[in-house]
Design a protein around this ligand. Structure first.
Ligand code: DGL
Length: 264
């Protein structure tokens, strides 16, 4: 089926998932929506997150997408069940794939999840991991300063990044975990620096790769894969003009991106 895959995030974070989908499923077309006007989601209430996510998902579905990826852990934690019940188009979140990846990776059954305030408080990873393997102990750490820092390209300053990471992560490197999950799709943009902070004995993982694999599985199951000769241009939509979005997207995806500003 030639329709695009819709990918949603509050801002640039979902691009880390979009890039992985582009890599694993090169015949597919992506319509990306970044709700930069309402970013960050992580400090909002469940009701606000559901309302904003629903508006964006409806926009993508009205554009004819065949599947939606909530490439945002916060939106997945707050709104996935609600949206799956509301729409017929398949909707995939990033938490389950991330949880599965953590279960594969840990050898000592101790996992730390870094996320937004909403994601950490929701304990969504604890629940998903426990459903599969209840021997695993999960710690959650909210990192509310990371998303605004990444959206404003603060990470271009190496020193500021190092300081922010050590101030935020504090003594989480002494918890005894062997696996750290980047439970927010923005955080892979800081992956190298976070890896440096935790050192060689701790694996830092993100859900992007696993989420893309899940998209592939669902497309296969529903027979919705796209044929190469029908490939169209990817499109990027944002809810407010943002030079940072274009700049980060262009760097991350290694091509010139000029997102279309839309009112939803
Ligand atoms: N990328 C979103 C996530 O995965 C960031 C949430 C936010 O806007 O605070 O949680």
């Amino acid at each position: 089926m030639n329709n695009a895959i819709g990918v949603f995030d509050s801002g640039v974070g979902g691009l880390t998932v979009a890039r992985e989908i582009m890599r694993q499923l090169p015949n597919e077309t992506i319509y990306y929506f970044g709700d930069v006007k309402n970013c960050p989601y992580g400090d909002k209430t469940k009701e606000e997150i559901i309302k904003n996510t629903d508006r964006a998902v409806k926009f993508l579905i009205d554009k004819g997408v065949k599947l939606v990826v909530l490439a945002c852990n916060t939106a997945t934690a707050a709104a996935l069940d609600y949206l799956q019940n509301k729409y017929e188009v398949p909707i995939i979140g990033v938490v389950q794939p991330g949880a599965r990846r953590a279960i594969q990776a840990t050898e000592n059954n101790k996992v730390l999840v870094l996320g937004t305030k909403f994601t950490a408080n929701s304990k969504v990873y604890d629940i998903e991991i426990e459903n599969i393997n209840s021997d695993i102990i999960v710690f959650d750490k909210a990192c509310p300063a990371f998303v605004p820092f990444i959206e404003s390209e603060g990470n271009l300053d190496k020193e500021a990044t190092k300081n922010l990471i050590s101030d935020t992560l504090g003594n989480t490197n002494t918890l005894g975990v062997d696996t750290v999950v980047l439970g927010c799709t923005h955080y892979p943009i800081l992956k190298k620096d976070i890896e440096e902070y935790y050192g060689n004995n701790i694996k830092v993982i993100s859900s992007g790769r696993e989420a893309a694999r899940e998209v592939s599985t669902v497309l296969g199951y529903t027979k919705l894969h796209q044929k190469k000769f029908n490939k169209k241009e990817h499109r990027f939509f944002i809810s407010q003009k943002s030079d940072n979005f274009d700049s980060i997207a262009s760097k991350w995806l290694k091509k010139d991106i000029n997102a279309e500003v839309v009112e939803i």
